[in-house]
Design a protein around this ligand. Sequence first.
Ligand SMILES: [Zn+2]
Length: 61
Amino acid sequence: MLVTKIRCPMCGHVQEIEVPENACLPFYKCNGCGELIQTPTDTCCVICAYSETKCPASSLR
Ligand SMILES: [Zn+2]
């Protein structure tokens, strides 16, 4: 399982999350502030929006 660092847009907390290999991740829960972080409009998923990498699914398109 691929793991990436994702940065919370609410509080700036950085945590590692697992990246689905062939699916998008529409939301994740921040361990810093407890917010459920949703994908911004016009963005593939939270991986693409807030992490240092793109999700594997987006590179297949
Ligand atoms: Zn947060």
